[in-house]
Design a protein. Structure first.
Lengths: 483, 161
């Protein structure tokens, strides 16, 4: 007899990488209800955790797995001399609160003076805390970065931080899967970067294109990328509306994580397991898909107030009509964006003059980002109308760069070389734009006021930011001699 | 649930304009509330009244995972945000802490509800009644689990069956 239950007669289908990781972490599964998912790693920073620890205290709860919880301070920390006191009292209190909470609850903290301090999404992979096939959460939307290693990693709010601290689990409705396939080869990978790929993707799918999904990035255009470049891609998944983005691990992934400070002792046997299990089956079906060919893509520059408002460096600022393609809300949004950005339709991108340059953030402050940017400015000087800063993503990145003499290239060119932190990606530490200032920024969000009240952000790659610092306006870095 | 509407006719209202980064250090919620929507509408704090609703377009609350966003709105008096769609983390945060109701509406309601309209939201019948204009709109029903969490008063008060 044929059962009426469609689940029972459904032909067994292959699974996506995301579904495999999900299935391996389900603690409680009920039909038509969220699942309880086990969390392998919980990363904590000073901004989204204080109320969660207060909640634990109020309810006399402890941290369920302090050994799987790791904390650092990144959002608030000043990026100038670490021996100086923190002048902003509320920042100082938030930082001290994290120190106290970690001490009280037995959580390992990389504090402001630790050689391992840095942006939480930069240090996780560097320390070997981020592992393929694991589930990783953090009270920060750019947790999606860790997906570059084939982890299911996503941002959560403070109530969920408290829930994970208390139970090491999280209730989650199973998201749908979204394949973004990147085909082709870039002609000049030094000039057209991972940042240009992800900005091109968001420009196409829109800022809500990935809502309710987990993106898996596939194709030659992704497997060709280094781990650091894959992190840049996965980092901005949230800017396309997706909770997380991931890439199936390969030899590059395994090589990157080998011999890190916290690489597990049984690493090689894990690698064998990952090789067999952490890939999407050939017959698996995604709920949604999008393909981008990168043979001919150009460096990207955002012109508006969300990351979807982006165009090629060779283009001009679009008219609201052209941008909106008949959508009245989009047209209005573009008009408001141009007003906020003080830009006129028809202005070539390369004629936009800038006041500030920020090379930093969890999107683009890793060693390769700094090396690539340094090639552009070697022997050059920052334009006299521009103030430019480099903020390494972690103290480890900073140290490595200094050992290579990269810091000297930047300081010789009159860039400021600073200590690690989130810095000018978001206006909550001393590094901010003044009202009206225009910035070429390697960060991830060009929202109104994101880098400081009235500040104007153009999202670009590190090489584009470096070239803009030298010229005082945007330039097409494909015209430079980059190797 | 009855209140007046503050309308922002735009998509992609992000968490950085709902509560700008420089205020994320504030621990006191009533102080946090004085900066709600400051990035978009500096007059918000002076015009918002207890029990008001926000009405907006697509992808409300996109961006950062800061729970400060629904908290700042909630402590300003906002009881519900009506939008064409929500960014997932904002939606989840709003429900988790039972800070406010994230209500998905259709284009018809979005167009016809105006700034200042008095509306009544009934989450048992999934209807929004516009008292000012004498119109009725449908809202998207909450899923069963979201409904239960809201009823319980948040994630920590909710006890799974």
């Amino acid at each position: 007899m044929v059962s009426s239950n469609t689940n029972q007669i459904r032909i067994k289908m292959g699974k996506t990488l995301f579904e495999k990781i999900w299935d391996a972490h389900v603690v409680v599964n009920k039909e038509n209800s969220p699942s309880l998912i086990y969390v392998d790693r919980h990363l904590v920073h000073e901004v989204t955790s204080p109320q969660a620890f207060d909640g634990l205290r109020m309810n006399h709860r402890s941290v369920r797995r302090p050994d799987l919880t790791i904390a650092t301070m990144d959002h608030n920390v000043p990026t100038n001399d670490r021996s100086l006191p923190i002048l902003d009292q509320t920042s100082a209190i938030q930082i001290q609160t994290l120190e106290k909470n970690c001490k009280d609850f037995g959580i390992q903290l990389f504090d402001i003076n630790s050689p391992n301090q840095g942006i939480v999404h930069v240090i996780g992979p560097q320390l070997g805390i981020t592992l393929p096939g694991s589930t990783i959460v953090c009270g920060d939307s750019h947790t999606s970065t860790h997906g570059a290693f084939g982890a299911l990693a996503f941002g959560i709010g403070t109530s969920d931080v408290e829930h994970v601290l208390a139970s090491q689990t999280i209730w989650l409705e199973k998201p749908r899967s979204f394949e973004i396939r990147v085909e082709g080869k870039r002609k000049n990978p030094h000039a057209v970067t991972a940042k240009d790929i992800i900005l091109s993707i968001i420009k196409n799918i829109g800022t809500a294109g990935g809502t309710g999904t987990i993106i898996e990035y596939t194709g030659e255009g992704i497997s060709d990328l280094s781990m650091e470049e894959r992190m840049t891609i996965c980092n901005m998944s949230i800017e396309g509306g997706a909770r997380a983005g991931l890439v199936a691990p390969d030899e590059k992934t395994f090589d990157y994580l080998r011999n890190r400070k916290y690489t597990p002792k049984n690493y090689e046997s894990l690698v064998t397991y990952w090789k067999e299990n952490l890939k999407t089956d050939i017959d698996a079906k995604f709920s949604k898909s999008f393909t981008l060919n990168i043979d001919n893509i150009a460096p990207q520059v955002s012109w508006g107030t969300n990351p979807g408002m982006t165009c090629d460096v060779t283009e001009s600022i679009p008219t609201p009509e052209d941008y909106s393609k008949g959508d009245q809300n989009q047209k209005k949004a573009a008009e408001k964006a141009l007003e906020y950005m003080d830009l006129k339709s028809g202005t070539p991108i390369t004629e936009i003059k800038i006041d500030r340059v920020f090379i930093g953030s969890c999107t683009n402050a890793r060693l390769d980002d700094l090396i690539e940017a340094s090639k552009v400015i070697k022997g050059q000087k920052v334009s006299q109308n521009v103030r430019a800063m480099v903020v390494p993503g972690s103290q480890m990145v900073k140290k490595q760069a200094e050992e290579m003499g990269i810091d000297k290239i930047f300081t010789d060119a009159k860039f400021e070389w600073r200590e690690a932190g989130c810095s000018m990606c978001l206006g909550m530490n001393p590094d901010i734009l003044s009202p009206g200032e225009r910035c070429a920024s390697t960060s991830n969000r060009n929202f109104e006021g994101r880098q400081g009240v009235g500040g104007r952000t153009h999202l670009v790659s590190p090489v584009m930011a470096a070239a803009a610092a030298v010229e005082g306006h945007f330039v097409d870095v494909r015209e430079l001699d980059l190797k | 649930m009855k209140g007046n509407v503050i309308k922002y006719q735009r998509d992609n209202i992000d968490t950085d304009v709902i509560i700008p980064g420089q205020y994320l250090k504030i621990h006191d919620y009533s102080e946090l509330a004085t900066h709600a929507m400051e990035g978009l509408d500096p007059n918000f704090h002076s015009k918002v009244k207890e029990g008001d609703f926000i009405l907006s377009g697509k992808n409300f609350g996109c961006g950062s995972s800061r729970e400060h966003a629904p908290i700042a709105l909630s402590h300003s008096g906002i009881k519900a945000v009506l939008a064409l769609s929500f960014a997932r983390i904002f939606y989840r945060n709003a429900v988790d802490g039972a800070f406010l109701l994230p209500i998905e509406i259709d284009e018809f309601a979005y167009e016809h509800i105006s700034e200042g309209d008095e509306i009544n939201i009934d989450i048992t019948s999934n209807e929004i009644k516009n008292i000012t204009k004498n119109q009725t709109y449908k809202m998207k029903p909450f899923s069963e689990i979201i409904g239960k969490i809201i009823e319980a008063g948040g994630l920590f008060k909710y006890k799974p069956d």
